[in-house]
Design a protein around this ligand. Structure first.
Ligand SMILES: [Zn+2]
Length: 324
């Protein structure tokens, strides 16, 4: 299974070509880097940085793996631009406590970044337990998850071939941090210290954050709402890009209901903070997403069919379903 594709098909073709090239080079006993005099720069990587980042306030700009942006007072995006997923975790500060929404790939040490940003006690909530959002969980004591079979299975950690593939050369845009390697890459197991309930609220001191269960992408997908500030952290339920809805654990009917739940909040929302690609998106995407899933559900949208996937293209995002 091709694990991820945040980009369009053209990028994937280039990536496959590069992978083949690097395989041939390995067989010939030379590296592509040596041949060309520069490290492999996959096509997706050349398109970075994304223009949205230009207007954002960058902080701690000496971190080797992460890029950190202050999105709002007390809200930081912790972005991993050097890996194909371009995953984004969020640190949300109150006066007394902090919440970390996702812990990223586990390639760089996210707990060290968090410690540089706040001295407050930190609890972790995962938007869902796909590997790219839980990689740093084992670095923390206080992790709050749902108690689902699916979640419990992921809590055991992961060290399989697909995971190592996540750090293959064509999926990287720059060097791995010291101590990290594709060979040794794995997701360490973790324990949940508290079982989340739907609509549960956490008072961080001067800021209340609410958990909204939004299953679909995975059974344990959830969003975070800071109602007072109009901030909605959407996880993988929405991001501007191809939204992955093709893995076996995805339930499209559940996804449609979750999108409707979020879309009903739109009048109260000032900003969406997605878990991939860019940390800022206009709330109008909620309405567009709700319209899009409705069209797909009713068979009124025409997909592009490629490599076993159906991709439904919309303005600013697409829905990527399995071909079956
Ligand atoms: Zn995911």
């Amino acid at each position: 299974m091709d694990y991820r594709r945040r980009r369009q098909n053209l990028g994937e073709k280039v990536i496959r070509a590069l992978r083949l090239l690097s395989l041939l080079a390995v067989l010939a006993g030379v590296s592509v880097a040596q041949q060309s005099g520069e490290p492999i720069r996959p096509e997706w990587c050349r398109q970075l940085p994304r223009p949205e980042y230009k207007t954002l306030e960058r902080v701690l700009d000496n971190e080797p793996w992460f890029e950190i942006y202050r999105i709002r007072p007390g809200v930081f995006a912790i972005y991993e631009p050097k890996q194909f997923e371009e995953v984004i975790s969020y640190l949300i500060l109150g006066e007394k406590r902090a919440l970390l929404f996702d812990t990223g790939l586990g390639v760089g040490k996210i707990s060290a970044v968090v410690a540089r940003l706040t001295p407050l006690p930190v609890s972790v909530i995962n938007s869902h337990t796909h590997f790219d959002h839980v990689g740093g969980n084992a670095e923390f004591q206080e992790i709050w998850n749902r108690d689902l079979l699916y979640t419990r299975k992921n809590m055991r950690g992961q060290s399989n071939i697909y995971l190592r593939d996540a750090l293959a050369p064509e999926r990287l845009c720059g060097a791995l941090p010291a101590g990290a390697s594709a060979k040794s890459y794995s997701i360490r197991p973790w324990k949940s210290a508290h079982t989340l309930r739907d609509s549960e609220r956490f008072d961080l001191g001067g800021r209340v954050v609410e958990v909204l269960f939004t299953p679909g992408h995975t059974p344990d997908s959830l969003s975070l709402l800071d109602r007072r500030n109009g901030l909605l952290f959407t996880g993988d339920t929405f991001y501007p890009g191809p939204i992955y809805l093709f893995v076996p654990e995805t339930d499209f009917a559940a996804y449609v209901r979750s999108v409707e739940r979020l879309a009903a909040l739109e009048p109260q929302i000032k900003l969406l903070l997605p878990a991939h690609n860019v940390p800022v998106a206009e709330p109008v995407f909620l309405k567009r997403l709700a319209e899009a899933v409705e069209l797909v559900k009713n068979g009124k949208a025409k997909p592009q069919v490629t490599e076993g996937h159906r991709e439904y293209l919309f303005d600013g995002f697409s829905l990527l379903l399995s071909g079956k």
